[in-house]
Write a new protein. Structure first.
Ligand SMILES: C[S@@+](CC[C@H](N)C(=O)[O-])C[C@H]1O[C@@H](n2cnc3c(N)ncnc32)[C@H](O)[C@@H]1O
Length: 149
């Protein structure tokens, strides 16, 4: 099990980093705990995941694809496994910012090269990329993509 503080710490980070983002999509959000934490900060959050069992939060029980109509200001992913790449691709398509905390890769890459790879994909798509560490145990590196305004 990961650090149970990760939801609150990531929510704290996101509201500091993206104070103007009101509508947040939480991709691969599992049970919806990050959704709860961001909602407590006054954000409108929609979680995408394929899990039928989840908390009573706004929940799209499906995988995110590029065909999804966009109603978000910001895309986020906390240990989103196979959904990491779609977060960057979808954000690039709609010129949205994103923040992901990578976990497992979708191509058997080890963790550190995978984190670097995600940053490179984002830079190549035109994002200004930065990284930070959350005060949690386990996989804590946040990759942030923003657009020059
Ligand atoms: C390691 S869990 C993390 C869940 C949650 N974010 C957390 O930190 O507890 C990874 C989640 O990714 C979901 N997932 C994987 N690929 C996805 C995709 N393309 N779209 C939406 N969810 C996806 C899985 O169903 C699973 O719940």
């Amino acid at each position: 099990m990961g650090d149970l503080q990760r939801f609150d710490r990531f929510a704290d980070f996101l509201v500091r980093e993206f104070p103007a983002a009101e509508r947040i999509w939480d991709i691969a959000g599992g049970m919806g705990k990050l959704n709860e934490a961001l909602t407590a900060h006054g954000r409108t959050v929609l979680t995408f995941d394929v899990r039928p069992k989840h908390l009573p939060v706004a929940f799209a029980e499906r995988l995110l694809t590029l065909a999804e109509p966009c109603t978000a200001d910001l895309l986020v992913g906390l240990h989103p496994d196979g959904a990491t790449r779609i977060i960057v691709d979808y954000a690039a398509l709609h010129h949205l910012p994103f923040a992901v905390i990578p976990c497992c890769s979708d191509n058997s890459m080890p963790y550190k090269p995978w984190v670097r790879h995600i940053g490179e994909i984002a830079r190549n798509a035109g994002f200004v990329v930065s990284e930070a560490d959350l005060p949690i145990t386990g996989r804590k590196r946040v990759v942030v993509g923003k657009w020059l305004s």
